[in-house]
Design a binder for this molecule. Structure first.
Ligand code: NAG
Ligand code: NAG
Ligand code: NAG
Ligand code: NAG
Ligand code: NAG
Length: 251
């Protein structure tokens, strides 16, 4: 009798010990990437699994907690991201079991969009100086980039022209700007999601006459000193004359 009782206790307790509470997102039991384009929405549903009582779930966007209604956090919790923007790209959403924060699961957003270009469009450089045209680029998937000068492909002549691409800029460097470099430069981005262009107007100004501030200062100092010396010398003479006349009269 006692043995049967013990066996029953073990049988009743066994499932509780083996099946720990876990979470899943949109029926996935491990982290995953969800791809969508901007302006659409993404719905994420987190469910507690193998739970025997109320379990509270919290959502995090990166490392900031997402505000959800308390009734939308027991056993199951939904978040909807709308509208998706380029700044959501690469962001992770994590569902965490409040009672035991080691129980969690993440989704990484892969937000696709047509290239977006930015940057100061009116650029002036003094003849002979170096200049960089900086085209800011946001693109997912990545875009093919090119520069045009008055509509034609920029010839990277005599290494005075150089282009460089980083994760978020596409630059055209021009060294020792010449008057003939003045033109409309177009930054072009083409991806499978679309095309974008941005125009930069380069003006090459006259070489400025170099007038060093030190020379002006020195000239002013010399001029002032000359005047002071002149006055001092004259005062000396006037003073001497005075002394002479005083000598003559008083002694
Ligand atoms: C998850 O699975 C349930 C049951 O199989 C199904 O009804 C539901 O649509 C699924 N949800 C998602 C987001 O796939
Ligand atoms: C955006 O995504 C939707 C659904 O995935 C798709 O039908 C649509 O063609 C996409 N838009 C572009 C511009 O790719
Ligand atoms: C949460 O799940 C537990 C265990 O399955 C259940 O007893 C409880 O009623 C659920 N709570 C809600 C609010 O659905
Ligand atoms: C939290 O969950 C992990 C994984 O299921 C488990 O190993 C650990 O013992 C739990 N900790 C507590 C305090 O319940
Ligand atoms: C670009 O076009 C402008 C306006 O027609 C012209 O003044 C300039 O010289 C051109 N520059 C080049 C490099 O072709």
């Amino acid at each position: 009798m006692k043995q049967i009782c013990l066996l029953l206790v073990i049988l009743v307790q066994l499932p509780h010990q083996v099946t720990a509470v876990t979470v899943q997102i949109n029926n996935n039991t491990s982290s995953f990437v969800v791809t969508s384009n901007t302006s659409t929405s993404i719905s994420l549903k987190c469910d507690a699994q193998n739970h025997t009582k109320d379990e509270t779930l919290n959502w995090y966007r990166g490392n900031r907690m997402v505000d959800v209604k308390s009734e939308n956090s027991v056993n199951s919790s939904n978040v909807c991201i709308y509208p998706l923007t380029p700044s959501d790209n690469g962001v992770s959403f994590t569902c965490i079991l409040k009672r035991n924060t080691t129980v969690k699961l993440s989704v990484i957003l892969n937000v696709t969009f047509s290239p977006i270009l930015s940057g100061e469009q009116d650029v002036t450089v003094e003849e002979g100086k170096n200049i960089k045209l900086t085209c800011g680029v946001q693109a997912n998937p990545p875009a093919e980039m090119a520069w045009r000068q008055n509509g034609s492909i920029v010839k990277m002549v005599k290494s005075r022209f150089e282009q460089s691409l980083t994760s978020d800029t596409f630059q055209l460097s021009i060294s020792k700007a010449e008057k003939s470099d003045a033109a409309k430069y177009t930054c072009i981005a083409v991806s499978t999601f679309g095309k974008a262009t941005r125009e930069f107007n380069l003006v090459v100004g006259d070489k400025k006459e170099v007038v060093p501030i030190e020379a002006i200062a020195a000239a002013v100092v010399v001029g002032v000193l000359t005047i002071l010396f002149g006055l001092f010398a004259r005062r000396d003479k006037i003073f001497k004359k005075c002394m002479k006349s005083r000598d003559g009269t008083s002694l």
